[in-house]
Design a binder for this molecule. Structure first.
Ligand SMILES: [Zn+2]
Length: 429
């Protein structure tokens, strides 16, 4: 795969993935197009033939792997998270105020909220419905067009707005989705109309519940004088998810490799689909039925936890340690933290450096200023739960957790190439 083709695939993946559900559905299409076979946790897996497989959980997390039962050596594992901070629609969302029709939302994760104002927003996610019998279905919907906005308060009512305005999540962040005069049929009827537009086969379905998010309709794009920058929503962490997917898709079958794409990283990972849940352990125990053998394999293996890193911001460079300034177009960043907020150690960092060297891509380092608190990611929890050596890495990004983030196009390509080397460089013997 060439860089241009990779970036085009990256942009398509971002466009198709306004929510974790859509990101899993888009991943599933990429994997099936490349010959991966879908498995289900609800059924037993008799001994799997040599091949490529994937399994999803709750439509919002995914594990894909290449498998050859006779390989008892290393398992190459990479992981990333599919969720991003944002606004989730409440169960009884509709409110009418001064002719404005509005939707109540909860803030999901540590969102940077100011950029959500005055954006054209759409709605996407999944609905849960039943039809004709008791079976529940969870089709995805995506309105795709702008239907909402969170208008700012005019500066005339708050002359101090530019000196730092506090945002109240309950009262300030309530999007307007139209005028009350035109709204007669209720929110569920609106969802049913959209469901039928996308899935006519649900004509007799009754929608019982939903998981829906707001998102920015502005598509991701290349910008900069030479189109060297990539901007969009959810770059943290769909850039890493895409690199993991394309990495395992492009690897040969000589080694056993696995990727895990988790949900709920932005809210602490404690769920059936999060990194503190049982998903990875459950799948590994199906693959390696003997627990001693499983432990031996994991102790030989490396987990690359990929999650975007903070690039140094040209307007705020004093926020970084002056010796550790990850730059855009500087390659993947290895993340260090003495207090184990990142699971990197000298040995795992050295291994990642070797893959970057083999792939001929640059590599850089991040450590938080010693007088500031450090974030974390799925690396430490997966490492602790499985006893697997882990390195935390990521693509340098500006404006992390904004509704629109910025990265360098080349860094996406560099991470993919490093992961490709990881998945395919060593024979699994
Ligand atoms: Zn992240």
């Amino acid at each position: 795969m060439k860089e241009k083709q990779y970036i085009s695939s990256q942009l398509n993946y971002l466009k198709a993935s306004p929510t974790p559900f859509h990101a899993v559905a888009a991943a599933l299409r990429l994997l099936e197009d490349s010959g991966f076979i879908r498995l289900f946790e609800k059924t037993p897996w008799s001994s799997l033939a040599k091949g490529k497989y994937f399994v999803t959980r709750n439509d919002s997390s995914l594990i894909a792997f290449t498998w050859d039962e006779t390989c008892t050596g290393k398992l190459h594992i990479a992981g990333a998270h599919l969720d991003s901070p944002g606004l989730k629609i409440k169960p009884r969302p509709v409110r009418e105020k001064h002719h404005c029709l509005q939707l109540g939302v909860e803030v999901y994760g540590g969102a940077l909220l100011a950029p959500w104002f005055d954006r054209d927003l759409s709605i996407a996610g999944r609905v849960c419905c039943h039809q004709d019998n008791d079976t529940l279905h969870t089709p995805l919907i995506d309105f795709k067009r702008a239907i909402g906005i969170i208008p700012s308060l005019a500066i005339h009512f708050d002359r101090e707005a530019n000196k730092g305005r506090k945002i109240n999540n309950q009262t300030d962040l309530v999007p307007v989705i139209g005028l009350t005069d035109n709204f007669t049929r209720g929110f569920y009827a609106l969802l049913k109309d959209q469901l039928l537009k996308e899935h006519p086969e649900y004509a007799n379905a009754e929608i019982l519940d939903f998981d829906l998010f707001l998102y920015d309709v502005t598509p991701p794009l290349l910008t900069g004088l030479h189109e060297e920058l990539l901007t969009g929503s959810r770059l943290d962490n769909l850039l890493s998810c895409h690199a993991c997917l394309q990495g395992i898709i492009s690897t040969g079958q000589q080694a056993n490799s696995l990727i895990i794409l988790n949900d709920h990283e932005e809210v602490g990972s404690l769920s059936t689909t999060g990194a503190q849940g049982s998903f990875l352990e459950d799948i590994l125990s199906r693959l390696y039925k003997n627990p001693i053998e499983r432990q031996q394999v994991l102790r030989k293996s490396l987990f690359i936890s990929a999650d975007n890193a903070h690039a140094v911001h040209p307007n705020f460079d004093d926020k970084h340690d002056p010796q550790h300034l990850p730059v855009l177009n500087g390659g993947p960043v290895i993340k260090y933290n003495a207090n184990q907020r990142y699971a990197t150690n000298a040995r795992t960092a050295a291994q990642f450096r070797m893959f970057c060297h083999l792939a001929e891509v640059p590599v850089q380092e991040f450590v938080m200023r010693s007088d500031m608190a450090c974030g974390s990611t799925i690396g430490p929890m997966t490492s602790a739960a499985l006893g697997i050596d882990t390195v935390d890495v990521g693509i340098p990004t500006l404006a992390m957790h904004s509704i629109r983030e910025t990265a360098a196009k080349s860094d996406c390509w560099f991470l993919f190439r490093a992961l490709q080397k990881f998945f395919s460089a060593e024979k699994n013997t």
